[in-house]
Design a protein around this ligand. Structure first.
Ligand SMILES: *[C@@H]1O[C@H](CO)[C@@H](O)[C@H](O)[C@H]1NC(C)=O
Ligand SMILES: *[C@@H]1O[C@H](CO)[C@@H](O)[C@H](O)[C@H]1NC(C)=O
Ligand SMILES: *[C@@H]1O[C@H](CO)[C@@H](O)[C@H](O)[C@H]1NC(C)=O
Ligand SMILES: *[C@@H]1O[C@H](CO)[C@@H](O)[C@H](O)[C@H]1NC(C)=O
Ligand SMILES: *[C@@H]1O[C@H](CO)[C@@H](O)[C@H](O)[C@H]1NC(C)=O
Ligand SMILES: *[C@@H]1O[C@H](CO)[C@@H](O)[C@H](O)[C@H]1NC(C)=O
Length: 390
């Protein structure tokens, strides 16, 4: 024991000096924060509480944390000068006031993004300083407009400090967004890629560890992407759990040009499960919709579970226009269906507060005990499967 202490001390010293000095300050916690719940499906706050506040802004994430989010979700893109930012669209047009900025009028461009020519103001043509001079606005006209023009775009690092400063353990769920496009348009020093910068940022703030490991439970994170090659590429750089997003049945993967049918086949699930702990499909592909009525569920959730993969579908939204007629215009009925009938493991929601209330009001404690047993079994199965990696 005593012979070990100097070695431990040395490790500590190395650990501290290796830590970059320019890490953003966070308040720091004494380790006594309420832990992440792991006995029921995850409440994933899609772009923050964006049903109420402009998406991917600090207030939207703070609201989501107040409302009970297990994870705050974000899309990572880049500025022209290579700073990773939280922003969904490759263009600024639909969710900022860029059109009102005369000084940027000459920045409009047309680029090909995922096989489509898009014209607009692209984040990759603006420095971080310029992006910070813009203000975000609500995407949908039928949502609250009073906060338009009030909040800035935030960086990936600012997003991370919001989670680290939360009064309880709140996970992060960042997406490697449009990697093919970003790697084409933005260059980093020493030939680093977008994916390298993405992982380095997580590591800088101490994010590491496989699903449900001690490190992971301290700072939970899922890494998501629609691009399988990005997830496979980073698998050697971080053991954080990864989730493969799956688009509509008509959309091929942006990097490997594979069809929906190919990437949801049993053969592909066998392959990708070496790299990911779950899939994130669009819910309307899991239970197809005709005339706004849902028809028979597909077998994808069952097959994914049989492959020991979690399923985190997107996106749950309260408004009538998004609710299928089967749910009597009641978002709680929708949650009940997906959680209790389909059995998903996490839900991307625009209204974290509603999902949280639903779960608080419907999960009874005896149930919890039984679910934690099945979670334990799930954890053991995951540990065993990780030894089967080539
Ligand atoms: C995009 O525009 C360029 C230039 O006009 C053209 O060469 C290219 O074929 C277009 N791509 C698509 C997908 O339409
Ligand atoms: C803005 O949103 C509309 C509707 O979703 C879309 O058709 C359009 O392409 C978007 N504009 C830009 C520049 O991305
Ligand atoms: C991971 O590293 C191993 C050993 O260096 C290498 O053989 C393998 O190709 C790498 N995998 C990926 C996906 O880069
Ligand atoms: C992607 O695959 C489709 C169908 O196999 C093919 O028609 C298309 O040309 C491919 N696109 C690219 C960019 O390779
Ligand atoms: C939705 O409602 C329609 C019409 O009543 C019914 O045929 C269908 O089976 C329902 N879908 C589900 C998934 O329950
Ligand atoms: C939980 O499991 C116990 C013992 O297996 C069982 O008696 C009980 O009914 C279960 N509770 C619920 C709510 O399913």
């Amino acid at each position: 024991m005593t012979g070990f202490a100097p070695f431990l001390l040395l490790l500590l010293v190395i650990g501290c000096t290796a830590r970059p000095l320019y890490r953003l300050p966070s308040q720091g916690h004494d380790g006594s924060r309420k832990p992440l719940q792991t006995f029921r499906p995850y409440n994933i706050a899609h772009r923050g509480s964006n049903g109420e506040l402009p998406e991917e802004t600090r207030p939207a994430y703070l609201r989501a944390i107040e409302e009970g989010a297990d994870f705050i979700e974000t899309d990572i893109l880049s500025s022209k000068d290579g700073v990773l930012i939280c922003f969904h669209d490759v263009t600024l047009d639909n969710t900022t006031d860029v059109a009102n900025h005369k000084e940027f009028a000459d920045r409009k461009r047309t680029y090909e993004v995922q096989g489509e020519n898009i014209t607009g103001f692209f984040t990759v043509d603006f420095s971080l300083k310029e992006l910070k001079s813009l203000r975000v606005r609500q995407r949908f006209s039928f949502r609250d407009q009073q906060f338009n023009g009030k909040f800035q775009i935030i960086t990936f690092e600012e997003f991370i400090t919001i989670a680290l400063d939360a009064p309880r353990v709140v996970g992060i769920y960042p997406e490697i967004k449009n990697p093919v496009f970003i790697n084409k348009r933005v260059k980093w020093l020493h030939g680093k890629s977008f994916e390298d910068k993405f992982v380095e940022t997580l590591q800088k703030y101490g994010y590491k560890g496989s699903y449900l490991s001690k490190d992971w439970l301290r700072q939970p994170a899922f890494i998501q992407s629609f691009a399988p090659t990005s997830l496979v590429y980073i698998s050697n750089k971080t053991d954080l759990p990864k989730v493969l997003l799956i688009d509509d049945v008509t959309v091929p993967t942006q990097d490997t040009n594979q069809s929906y049918w190919e990437i949801t086949s049993n053969k592909y699930l066998d392959y990708i499960k070496q790299y990911v702990v779950g899939i994130g499909p669009w819910k309307d592909t899991l239970v197809p919709v005709v005339n706004n009525y849902m028809i028979n569920p597909t077998d994808l959730v069952t097959r994914a579970h049989a492959h020991n993969l979690q399923v985190h579908p997107y996106t749950y939204r309260n408004e009538n226009r998004f609710l299928h007629f089967n749910f009597s215009q009641d978002p709680y009925m929708e949650y009940d269906y997906w959680i209790n009938k389909i059995g998903v493991d996490g839900l991307f929601t625009d209204f974290t507060g509603s999902l949280h209330h639903f779960q608080e009001w419907t999960t009874n404690r005896q149930d919890d005990d039984n679910k934690s047993e099945s979670k334990l079994l799930h954890k053991i199965a995951l540990l065993v499967s990780s030894y089967k990696k080539p």
